[in-house]
Design a protein around this ligand. Structure first.
Ligand code: UD1
Length: 416
């Protein structure tokens, strides 16, 4: 099992090119199922979750391949509508295929995405959305089957602005007969990117990026070419690394408009930021200040995926920081590992309180994707060497994290 070795305590200095967005490309790959012709998707990050999505497409009968960072999908051979448990279990986002398979095939069968890493991740909102478009839902022995002779437009009213449920509803509505309105939709930039891809395929979508999305269903959609937006969470991770380790880094491709709440906290901490047309440059002038209380919430609030890397950076800031995690129940699993590096922190339910101080290298284990990124950020700030296990979690979302950190001047290596 490979690990990430980081020799910390060295200020960063360098420039890196941002990967394409994981959370944008996964629903986009699922949505490619709607096309009657070939799709080409550019700026696709090389991640284990992307490989899992391509494998699901191939299992369904499509051709799906990756060359460099371009994915090609052709649905010509599409013939199956069920996803086996083994493929469902490989990534949590496999539920993104629900709306696309249902809309294209009239039925879909998949197992519940099991074994939760961030606490319970129910899919009731996804199922309610499919029901609102005319699907019948049945469950037997942990396997869900949804059927619909023909989906019809409808009103999808989401109790919470769930990203995944918004995406599933949006995808399915594109082939439903008539008009659909998604109310209390999630507003994440990845949803706008999905809508841009669907529009390129001939779908009629308006309001993506706002809490009210309208879709006029079409009888069929055609193939399209699309370039995935840059990954705002990977950008946040690089900026948090610069805050933690000090120095100056330039993140090319980073978009200020996608990172508002995160950047506001960094500035509060004393990180100076410069915004170019296609980059963000961060400079950490010395001792950071604790930002006070940081609460996660749906976009445009502070992103839950940015919480672990920022929390790691706050371990070096003077004063007390409080993180309130409003999105997922079990999202502080990195904290006990960070304590092995000298972190002074306490978790009570959804609140983590910490005080800045000195960190030292340690042997730690990533328990989930962004928690793994937090360990890397802390290791960059820590004196001495750290060994981070559980690299497979990190590879779900970061396209070559060791290489990115090397670009930024860090001594970071993948070792066996
Ligand atoms: C997406 C992101 C993930 C990010 C999360 C929140 C992808 C592939 N993943 O996950 O990285 O951390 O948004 O920004 O884009 N909920 C329900 N019922 C449902 C669905 C969700 O109660 O049917 C709850 C969840 O338990 C959670 C909240 O809604 O508390 C938000 O979840 P959601 O926005 O759906 O997250 P994901 O789409 O799973």
């Amino acid at each position: 099992m490979s690990k990430l070795k980081i020799e910390g305590g060295i200020p960063l200095r360098g420039e890196t090119e941002l990967q394409g967005s994981k959370n944008a490309v996964l629903p986009i790959l699922a949505a490619s199922l709607l096309a009657q012709g070939p799709c080409e998707i550019e700026n696709v990050p090389r991640l284990s979750d992307v490989r899992a999505a391509l494998e699901i497409l191939r299992h369904l009968g499509c051709s799906a391949s990756m060359e460099g960072r371009c994915a090609a999908v052709d649905t010509k051979g599409l013939c199956r509508w069920e996803i086996p448990e083994e493929l469902m279990g490989r990534m949590r986002s496999s539920v993104m295929f629900l709306g696309a398979i249902l809309a294209r095939m009239g039925r879909v069968s998949l197992t519940l995405p099991g074994g939760c890493e961030l606490g319970p991740r129910p899919i009731d909102l996804h199922l309610d959305a499919m029901r609102a478009l005319g699907a019948q839902v049945s469950e037997e022995g942990g396997r869900l089957t949804l059927t619909a002779e023909a989906l019809h437009g409808g009103t999808v009213l989401l109790r919470l602005p769930s990203v995944g449920a918004t995406e599933n509803a949006l995808i399915a509505a594109c082939l439903a007969k008539g008009e659909t309105e998604i109310i209390n939709a999630a507003r994440e930039p990845e949803i706008e990117d999905l809508a841009a891809f669907l529009t390129a395929m001939g779908a009629r979508v308006s309001g993506a990026g706002t809490s009210r999305i309208r879709v006029e269903g079409a009888a069929s959609l055609h193939g399209a070419r699309h370039r995935v937006i840059p990954d705002r969470i990977a950008a946040a991770t690089c900026l948090a690394a610069c805050a933690a380790a000090g120095g100056e880094v330039t993140v090319k491709g980073a978009r200020q408009d996608h990172l508002g709440a995160f950047l506001a906290v960094l500035e509060k901490m004393g990180v100076s930021l410069e915004f170019g047309a296609d980059y963000i440059r961060a400079r950490t002038p010395g001792q950071l200040k604790a930002p006070g209380t940081v609460e996660t919430g749906p976009y445009p609030a502070f992103p839950t995926d940015g919480q672990p890397p920022l929390l790691a950076a706050c371990l070096t800031a003077a004063g007390e920081t409080k993180f309130v995690e409003n999105m997922f129940e079990n999202r502080f699993r990195h904290v006990s590992e960070l304590m092995k590096m000298g972190a002074r922190a306490q978790v009570r339910g959804r609140v983590c309180t910490l005080r800045g101080g000195a960190l030292h290298g340690a042997q730690v284990e990533a328990a989930d994707l962004r928690g793994g990124a937090a360990l890397a950020v802390a290791a960059l700030a820590a004196r001495g060497e750290s060994l981070i296990g559980g690299l497979s979690h990190i590879e779900r979302g970061y396209d070559g994290l060791a290489g990115v950190l090397q670009d930024l001047g860090a001594r970071a290596f993948e070792i066996d």
